[in-house]
Design a protein around this ligand. Structure first.
Ligand SMILES: C[S@@+](CC[C@H](N)C(=O)[O-])C[C@H]1O[C@@H](n2cnc3c(N)ncnc32)[C@H](O)[C@@H]1O
Length: 429
């Protein structure tokens, strides 16, 4: 089956109803469609996940009986159809006809009449349906209720901006490999290649592309001249400030963006890149190989160093802990529907256990950088504050004026960059 809309419906069903991530299912679906349709498949899946509560709301009005059980995949096809009518430039008649045709590929030609009627009714009633949905908070913001509440509480003045930013397509940032080119030199290469990009204050290794492009059109990409990495993600290695000869642990390393960045910034580093996921660890090796860098890779549990640590302490440790990933929703809209409120407490427990278990591996006088791609305080400032309170030899190192003992750390919000969090802690010499 290679019908792009049918594949989008199946992929969405796997994510929303079966709880699989887009990363797990989209590549297999994309492999089935023609090259020129891959972007459309992605747009349909990302778009529906961004607008899911509204689409569900419309369908509750438009379908007298919701499609249940084995028919759920057709409900997602209806969302795909409405999404095109509401948000894409596809002519309406083509959007309806192509969506109805996808039922053939899904072996449900008997539903053509129903789907056709629902889409036509949406067109006729669009203004009223939208007005009604906008009365419902989860539909107005298109985020789960628990998350809207959490962001409102954490950011009473900025919560709407954060939720709106999550609904946007994320920009493409590059990290320039400073051991090959300065950022200015690489910008000149991009200009020669007719790729429009700019530097952004405060992000010294980064350029921001005007629009996303294929990585293989980037000068020197195959040779490691640059890597795709969000601007805020690039702060980690600069906070680590690696110096020649240091022994460094990247304790949750995969896919290795930050490991590679650390290695690009200094010679003669002994970097251990640890991750508990073997498949993801293979991605670290791929990234290291492309750039021509070396690290010791270890597939192990950061929360259980007794099983892998050789008892030699590290000068510096990067702890980019597993987190809710609520700071990267615009890049992974499935996160909104895969995460549950209860996950946050579990994640916070895991993070504090990893922090406690990894701390003894840092040498006296050494530096630990704690990082997440979350916007939630439980995983960020609350986590670090509690760690500082229970750890006698931990010294908080403020990263800016607002990074205080009461509210430690540096929170990036999803705006120009993704929503990352950092805190720097040193060990008393
Ligand atoms: C946020 S990602 C790391 C991203 C990475 N630092 C980068 O910049 O490319 C978190 C990683 O932690 C790993 N992880 C989760 N629990 C872990 C554990 N107990 N021990 C080691 N790694 C773990 C996950 O497999 C995942 O790759």
């Amino acid at each position: 089956m290679n019908n792009v809309r049918a594949l989008a419906a199946e992929t969405l069903y796997q994510v929303v109803d079966q709880g699989l991530s887009l990363n797990q299912v989209l590549p297999a679906a994309a492999a089935k469609v023609a090259v020129k349709e891959k972007a459309l498949l992605q747009q349909l899946c990302y778009g529906v996940l961004r607008q899911l509560p509204s689409l569900e709301h419309y369908c509750r009005t438009l379908l007298t009986k919701p499609l249940k059980g084995k028919q759920r995949v057709f409900q997602f096809l209806v969302y795909v159809g409405i999404y095109q009518l509401q948000h894409m430039r596809t002519p309406a008649h083509a959007a309806v006809a192509e969506t109805v045709n996808a039922l053939q590929a899904l072996q449900a030609p008997g539903l053509k009449g129903l789907v056709n009627a629902v889409l036509r009714n949406f067109q006729r009633q669009q203004a009223e349906l939208e007005a009604a949905a906008n009365q419902v908070e989860v539909c107005l913001y298109n985020h789960p209720g628990w998350f809207i509440k959490a962001v409102q509480e954490a950011y009473p003045e900025k919560w709407q901006t954060i939720l709106a930013a999550n609904q946007q397509q994320a920009p493409m940032w590059l990290r320039i490999n400073q051991s090959q080119y300065s950022t200015d030199q690489y910008l000149a290469l991009l200009t020669e290649a007719n790729i429009v990009a700019r530097k952004v204050d405060g992000f010294c290794d980064a350029v921001l592309l005007e629009k996303p492009c294929d990585v293989f059109s980037l000068p020197g990409f195959a040779e490691g001249a640059c890597s795709v990495q969000d601007g805020a993600a690039q702060i980690a290695a600069r906070l680590m400030a690696p110096q020649a000869g240091e022994r460094i642990l990247d304790a949750c390393a995969a896919p290795g963006g930050k490991t590679c960045h650390i290695l690009e910034l200094a010679d003669n580093l002994a970097v251990t890149a640890l991750d508990c996921d073997e498949t993801r660890l293979a991605r670290v090796q791929e990234n290291l190989s492309r750039i021509g860098l070396q690290a010791q890779l270890l597939c192990a549990d950061a929360a259980n160093p007794d099983t892998w640590w050789d008892k030699e302490t590290f000068d510096k440790i990067l702890l980019d802990v597993p987190c809710s990933a609520t700071g990267v929703i615009r890049r992974h809209p499935d996160i909104k529907w895969l995460r549950r409120a209860a996950d946050i407490e579990q994640l916070a427990l895991l993070q504090s256990s990893i922090l406690d278990k990894i701390w003894p591996l840092l040498k006296a006088g050494g530096t630990l950088v704690y990082a997440t791609c979350s916007v939630l305080p439980q995983e960020n400032k609350d986590q670090v504050k509690a760690f500082l309170a229970r750890t006698d030899d931990a010294i908080h190192q403020p990263l800016h004026d607002l990074d205080t003992h009461e509210q430690p750390g540096w929170q990036f919000l999803p705006e120009l960059t993704d929503g990352f969090y950092y805190a720097k802690i040193t060990k008393r010499p």
